[in-house]
Design a protein around this ligand. Sequence first.
Ligand SMILES: Nc1nc2c(c(=O)[nH]1)N[C@H]1C(S)=C(S)[C@@H](COP(=O)(O)OP(=O)(O)OC[C@H]3O[C@@H](n4cnc5c(=O)[nH]c(N)nc54)[C@H](O)[C@@H]3O)O[C@H]1N2
Ligand SMILES: Nc1nc2c(c(=O)[nH]1)N[C@H]1C(S)=C(S)[C@@H](COP(=O)(O)OP(=O)(O)OC[C@H]3O[C@@H](n4cnc5c(=O)[nH]c(N)nc54)[C@H](O)[C@@H]3O)O[C@H]1N2
Ligand SMILES: [Mo]
Length: 659
Amino acid sequence: EIAEKLNGILAAHGPRSTALVGYALSSSLGEKPLAASWMALMGTQYYFNPAGLEFMGVFWSHGKAIGHQGHFTAPDEEHSDVFVLWGCNAYVSHQMRRARSTIREMSENPDQKLIVIDPRLSESARMADMHVMLRPGTDSLLIRALIALILKEGWQHQDYLDEHVKDFDAVKHWFTGIDIEKSLEVCGIPYATAYELGKIMTTKIWSLHQDLGIYMGRHNTLSSYLLIILMCVCGTFLVPGGTIVPDNFALNRSTNEDDPSVWRSTETNRFPVIATFPDGILPAEIMTEKEGRIRAVITSLSNPVRSFPDANAQEEAFRKLELLVCIDCCMTETAQLADYVLPGKTGYESHDFGVFQYSYPEVYCGLKRPVLEPVGERREDSDIVVAIADAMGIIPDIPDSLYDAANNKSRMEYFAELMAFMKENPSYMPGILMITAKTLGKAMGSTMKSTLWTAFMTNPNMPALTARAGFASVDDAFQAVLDHPEGVMVGLGDTTKTFDKITHEDKKVHLYLDVIDEYIKNITPEKEAADLLPTEEYPLIMSAGTHADGGVNGVMRNPQSYQHRNPCTFLMNPADGAKYGIKDGQLIQVSTKAGSVELYAEYTYRASAGYALMPHHYGFTAGGRTYGAAVNKLTSADHLDAITGNPIWRYVPCRVKAI
Ligand SMILES: Nc1nc2c(c(=O)[nH]1)N[C@H]1C(S)=C(S)[C@@H](COP(=O)(O)OP(=O)(O)OC[C@H]3O[C@@H](n4cnc5c(=O)[nH]c(N)nc54)[C@H](O)[C@@H]3O)O[C@H]1N2
Ligand SMILES: Nc1nc2c(c(=O)[nH]1)N[C@H]1C(S)=C(S)[C@@H](COP(=O)(O)OP(=O)(O)OC[C@H]3O[C@@H](n4cnc5c(=O)[nH]c(N)nc54)[C@H](O)[C@@H]3O)O[C@H]1N2
Ligand SMILES: [Mo]
């Protein structure tokens, strides 16, 4: 039925009528390449997932600077003198390996320095040697001023700039003529602090982990872009011990918005980054009256009506869809609106893998395996995807010999048959994962397994990576993954070739861009000071979402988890409590221009005066009850970064009132 309806909608309205949403959870990324394969076979480019609400700015910036959006940087913190967490609370969010131990070790090690740049005393900032407590929303101005200060003092790494940057002279004027003192004052940073920070950054090998404080902050694309320039000025970009592009067993996409074959969204005229559109535009693209509106959505591993900007607008739009199919293991708020809910296996019941290891130069891989027998009619999510695509009749015909090789021959013999088949039919290449799923996946008992194997075998970097790690072949490295449920090193990067990750022909970092030239003109102390003035209607700034201990995005849905505790509170500084007449523990109403929610206030030093937070994990319904407040009822679908459309969730003006 689903295949028939999808084919009907596609035939009547073309590929823009259909969008895929989700297929990517940090620990479960095996579905993502399969979703890409399915989209290629349907001809649609409409794909929405969390990359469209966190990574648009950073991926886009790396695409411009080094040529490939998928070649984004990560810190080589193990080999750094100084580790900088910029807008990242890794101590709680575990956004690095062994986060708690590593941060603790760094904070105690006299030879290493941990610097945290965060507007509040986060759990990570509390562990830091240096906490740069900037005013929320002022990262772009601070980075601009910091680079200006470094240039003014003549501290820049000129040799690095001469050797590795194509056009530093063309961007230099962005950092001269700006009033450094005035800028720092707007950022709330003493001059002496910025001076010390600049000195450290230009005399030590430092690595950078920027995260949602940057990615979801004001001017988030510009901030990501300026951080690349800062690293170049300090000579730590793509340098071991600094911030490098780690190798991976999986390949990332890169989409260039100047390529005429890349879609712009119909109503909002936005472009994709790594083949993903900004999630905030989804309601407008469903509601539009124009030809080319989205009529069918198939979600998996995602709860967009809670996770995406403007929950009310998302819900209204999802109700308007002609077809909504939801693959999930829970009856989520999105599933409740769906025409069909398909029961995916939980992560405990299926094979799966993640790609966010970011280790360097070692490349690790782990294949999660089922630890529980599935209940009822559940099927592996990928298996459901293949089944629908198959029923749509869009998977190429597969010769018997390939089935035979999958069932009766070695994987290497199968690979030879597969490659011969693809060579004869190059147009089938986008559907390769569907072909391996139906043959090898069936034989292995899991589509996720065949997808991981295909990722290994078709990644052109893998032969060198696996050989350096001591494997005789890529398939041997895959076998090691099967043999090691705990995970295993499958590759080793070449630390002498870090600049090879630049895909520009001249192998240099390119910094000048007209878009940035235009944008940065407005990042002045005068204009920022004016824009940051609190309004009478919404005097308090809040972080709409915080990746807190109490939840894992939206996946902890068991109401029993919340029987004896309520982790969904509005974290506020006692000074704000006094200012707005709110007592610790009191029920309050929080309102923004998008809507209102009710929840309990919690006094804490972790919120700074004027800057409050609430987690984004809640507002889910079960058994007729709603647990916690849905933060995205407070966020607007148009509060997006001007350049890439990433939401601005770490700076949401609000007002609070006691109930
Ligand atoms: N326990 C737990 N861990 C998780 C998750 C979870 O739900 N729960 N989710 C995972 C996922 S999907 C992600 S993406 C990560 C996110 O991991 P993080 O990025 O570490 O998560 P956030 O809580 O958003 O922390 C960002 C920090 O930025 C700061 N910040 C806010 N505004 C600004 C600003 O204007 N400038 C600067 N410089 N900083 C600012 C905040 O105070 C906060 O301390 O966490 C992952 N890990
Ligand atoms: N306002 C605001 N909103 C935010 C954030 C914020 O800071 N502020 N953070 C954002 C971030 S960083 C992220 S990454 C997104 C995450 O947002 P989403 O991508 O929507 O992810 P989750 O909310 O974790 O929802 C995952 C869904 O997967 C289901 N699920 C769990 N296991 C399986 C499985 O094995 N198979 C299938 N098919 N389904 C399964 C769960 O039931 C759940 O419904 O949220 C974002 N939303
Ligand atoms: Mo995320």
